[in-house]
Design a binder for this molecule. Sequence first.
Ligand code: F6R
Length: 605
Amino acid sequence: MCGIIGYTGPLSAKRVLLDGLSQLEYRGYDSSGIGFFDSDFSVKVIKTTGKVARLKELCRDVPEEVHCGLGHTRWATHGGVTQENSHPHQAGRVTLIHNGIIENCHQLTTDYHLEGKLRSQTDSEVAAWVLDALYDGEPLSSIRRLIPLLKGSYGFCILFSDHPGEIYAVRNVSPLVAAYTRSGSVIASDLTALIPYTRSYTVVPEGFVVKLTPYRMTFYDEEGNQTNAETMEVNWDTDSARKNGFPHFMLKEIHEQPEALKNTILPRLTQGLPDFKADGIGDELFRECSRIRIVACGTAMHAGMVGRALMEPLLRIPVQVSVASEFRYEDPVIGEDTLTIVISQSGETIDTLAALRLARERGSRVLSIVNVKGSTIARESDYVLYTHAGPEIAVASTKAYSVQLAALYLLLCRMALVRGKMTREEGKEFVKDLLDAVPAMDAMIGQSDVIKTVVRPVVSRQDAFFIGRNLDYAFSLEGALKLKEISYIHADAYAAGELKHGTIALIADQVPVIALATQDSVFSKTISNVREVKARGAYVILIAKESAPVETGAADAVIRIPDLHDRFTVFPIAVVLQLIAYHASVLKGVDVDQPRNLAKSVTVE
Ligand code: F6R
């Protein structure tokens, strides 16, 4: 979850590190720090609680002539948000930054008699002291001796005080990408920090040690032999990680959705039908499975819920969705006949990764829907369907959700064709309807000001409810998550018919209810539920199709979406729900892009 960066080269390390930390801040923003070789070759550390802006202030006097250092932005796990717990940590000749969790840190503290030495409560400082104890002046062999002692996940970048100008790094599970460029060598926890310097990068292979100097980047395998690692090309540009005139990344990313949808769908169409040959996914995968498990977390799981609601009725095979962090406790019945679909924007979510590994252990084939190329989930899956949303910087997921849905819709269509549940003509019609969702999203982006007006009364409330039936219920789960995570208004989603079984007791004067009624087959039933809450004083925002017959006075505000086939209303609905949350957050004056306690890319269990 933490963001890490290291740089050595001719540029000002202070600039590279601080710019990089600003790019990485979405990974964690409790505290931040840098460590660097000063002009007298000693290693200096500056760190502070709070955002990177505060660190920048403290670094004003760091000379531009500094050329090698490390930077870290923290999402607290072991130990509270204090300056001592911020990174880098120094232990003897070792200065280290860490992303991940060392699970056996207490045992290591005892084994290496560290009680009197530790200045922080972090597992990372324990690792730094153990490395210092192992250090014999030879960084590579010392790091190789450290690796087998550690249990857990880690991406470490390390300076050794007697090796100025050099950075060493190693990882297990936690991501690290590195590049040697004309402007020096740079390493980071994710690509956003690298793209100002290069388009080519290497995902540091797990267990390999990488050494960066201003002139080269060298990889060493588990046996310590110098080796090569695969180079990849970034598939997005520098601009995609900037705000480009938008006040917040979230708003920019909401606006990017129609384009992202096209980028994900269009390259996968042959004669108007989905085709995954270029992704290396053959039809036998879809023909041979007799059940589907979808596993993901948070927003990605909500995309899975929509997928499930469409797949089971059409494909006529059991489709189950599991929260990744609960998957292993379900002791799931899966085997060779199960297709497991794993969904993850970052491709690094540890719970999702653990679920993937369990599914594969039990013989299931795993197809993952992932946004970040070369991520751990992508590399460990049997098949990968990359979404092409570009980098998502706002902590609240928006465009990643839409493209995950688009990928699921393409999969659904191909599976239905292969399994004889759809004719080619029906398939083409399905794809056409899917593409019609793109202008429908644009249309709702154009309604942003209207949405802002109807959201105003919600902002002063403590609680809000999202209701809907069938697919609308699956969509409303995401609406509630979005609202609570960025506006801190407690929100829950309920199947509209379920309210009367208890929750309706909470409906009182002006309590906001966001009602989704975009499914023709259940429209009148949902409207009955809307009447029930309206009669109890709720402030109702109703979202319905353009042509839906809504009586005057049925709701306090009605947001109309274009008339699409029921299956595809999620796309304009997603925009509406995202804008409801966005405007609530802005009107409340809270941090839209970096809401409290959260971080992008959840690499702790
Ligand atoms: C919410 C949000 C999270 C993520 C979840 C999974 O806005 O972004 O709920 O969807 O943490 O992350 P990925 O998709 O990276 O596995």
